[in-house]
Design a protein around this ligand. Structure first.
Ligand SMILES: NC(=O)c1ccc[n+]([C@@H]2O[C@H](COP(=O)([O-])OP(=O)(O)OC[C@H]3O[C@@H](n4cnc5c(N)ncnc54)[C@H](OP(=O)(O)O)[C@@H]3O)[C@@H](O)[C@H]2O)c1
Length: 224
């Protein structure tokens, strides 16, 4: 999948007003893609899109209600907190039919001892998405890339790999190519969706590392 082919696609972000959604929107916008930031609140979506355009004037970024993002975008990234994941996807299942849905949701909780991965009845957030969206193609990716780094205008290249998981080879190839539009990032196939749980859960370890080192740690796979 060439970057040129990706540039013709419209990328949407459900929950695009949060840190992760804004960070990915900014980087995809800088890479030349047409991006739609989604929200439950259309005014918030427009406000965030305007802020992102102000920080990256060449980027084509607009703001829409989540439902319109699902309907109008070819590739839709799910960037909502875990506790809103199932409800939102159930609500948008019809509109997401036929779409490539990229899930970056980490089912985590935090207490006084730090972050912890939550058990998920379906196995993982990505498998829950696949169960709720039988007419979409679900890929899991972007779990370990820091929103702080994505949003930082002083960070030109992000030093990390993005693990991309899914059951459809052409879909994972597309998402690997999408990840590689972010300077410094390598997209690496990480297995089928049934292996997503430990990738999501590993984020708890990265957050523990971040707390200890006051860092924004990512992962690199060696030997490739
Ligand atoms: N932050 C990171 O560095 C990072 C990195 C990798 C992966 N992730 C994953 O990305 C997801 C988003 O993270 P975040 O830090 O951006 O979270 P966030 O800022 O707390 O939430 C993102 C957006 O989701 C929407 N939202 C909140 N609760 C919702 C609900 N119950 N139903 C539907 N929409 C809801 C909100 O948008 P509106 O109010 O505008 O609708 C909010 O701006 C999480 O699942 C996280 O695990 C985050």
């Amino acid at each position: 999948v060439s970057p040129a082919a990706l540039e013709e696609q419209r990328i949407g972000l459900l929950g695009g007003t949060g840190d992760q959604g804004r960070g990915l929107a900014r980087r995809f916008g800088l890479a030349g893609l047409q991006v739609s930031v989604g929200s439950r609140d259309p005014e918030r979506a427009e406000r965030v899109a305007a802020e992102l355009r102000a920080s990256a004037p060449q980027a084509r970024i607009d703001g829409l209600p989540n439902a319109a993002v699902a309907e109008q975008c070819d590739l839709v990234v799910v960037a909502v907190p875990w506790d809103g994941h199932a409800t939102l996807l159930r609500e948008l299942a019809g509109r997401l039919s036929g779409r490539l849905v990229v899930d970056c949701v980490n089912p985590l909780t935090f207490d006084e001892r730090g972050p912890r991965a939550l058990p998920v009845p379906e196995g993982s957030a990505a498998e829950q998405a696949a169960a709720l969206l039988p007419d979409s193609t679900v890929v899991a990716a972007f779990h370990h890339v820091s929103a702080v780094l994505l949003l930082d205008p002083a960070v030109d290249a992000i030093d990390c790999d993005v693990l991309v998981l899914g059951d459809d080879r052409s879909a994972t190839d597309r998402v690997q190519a999408l990840a590689e539009l972010i300077p410094g990032v390598r997209g690496i196939f990480g297995g089928r969706l049934r292996n997503a749980a430990q990738v999501e859960a590993l984020t708890a370890n990265l957050l523990a590392i971040n707390r200890r080192h006051r860092a924004h740690a990512g992962i690199r796979v060696t030997g490739l």
